[in-house]
Design a protein around this ligand. Structure first.
Ligand code: A4P
Ligand code: MG
Length: 208
């Protein structure tokens, strides 16, 4: 098993819904286990045009090889209508492999750690949200690169579902303590609602 990290982004169509659905789609793959997901972030396009992006980061565990994981990511992108009219074009869904264990891969179709991740707030901020001590193989702590990207606009998206609220959640102390990032702490994740979110909301309510 290898722990891998994915960067997910979208700025075309209903990006919020797509990111949510893409994480659910990943969580349903029998070849991997989603361990944690970050909050959603609204981010200014970096080296790209178009609308603001929504971005998040997912940490997972998999028995897929790095290339098999890349192929899976590309299948999921395709499923959500990804087209590539030109470089850095607005996209319905982009899933990049940020890290694959301690591997350093430099091949034509796969570079890991993702070569541009240390210069991007939309990757660093959500990754450090999940793990403040995250190490990037060959480069050092992810948090050490945050100061250099402080000028890139990024803001956490407030969850539309308020069922976690800001009030103490007596029935779910683990989920409350980790802000819902740790999928393993959330009973029913992957089958009863969004991973990282508590189980389905009351009937008639939308948890989105
Ligand atoms: N490839 C090589 N390494 C990897 C990897 N680690 N993960 C190859 C995924 N793919 C990798 O990818 C192009 C080729 O990269 C693939 O065929 C694969 O074999 P792509 O998904 O078609 O295009 P891309 O993602 O646009 O390419 P790239 O170079 O990863 O783009 P970037 O640098 O990630 O930029 N601004 C904001 N705010 N938020 C964003 O999400 N994204 C980009 C994309 C630009 N600006 C952005 C955002
Ligand atoms: Mg990509």
């Amino acid at each position: 098993m290898t722990v891998a990290w994915l960067g997910i982004g979208a700025n075309l169509g209903d990006a919020r819904q797509t990111l949510k659905d893409a994480v659910v789609c990943l969580a349903q793959q029998h070849t991997l286990t989603v361990l944690a997901k970050s909050s959603l972030y609204r981010t200014a396009p970096v080296d790209a045009g178009g609308d603001d992006y929504l971005n998040c980061v997912v940490k997972l565990e998999t028995r897929l090889s790095a290339h098999e994981l890349l192929a899976l990511c590309q299948r999921v992108e395709h499923h959500f209508g990804r087209e590539r009219p030109f470089r850095n074009a607005p996209r319905t869904l982009d899933i990049d492999i940020l890290l694959y264990g301690d591997a350093v891969i430099d091949e034509p179709d796969l570079s890991v750690p993702h070569p541009r991740m240390t210069g991007r707030a939309f990757v660093l901020v959500p990754a450090v949200e999940i793990d403040a001590d995250l190490e990037i193989p060959g480069r050092g702590p992810a948090s050490a690169f945050l100061a250099a990207v402080a000028d890139q606009r990024i803001e956490k998206v407030k969850p539309m579902c308020q069922c976690m609220g800001s009030a103490p959640v007596a029935a779910a102390p683990a989920a409350a303590a980790d802000n819902g990032n740790n999928i393993a702490n959330n009973a029913g994740a992957g089958s009863a609602g969004e991973p990282g979110m508590p189980p389905d909301p009351a009937p008639g309510r939308t948890c989105r």
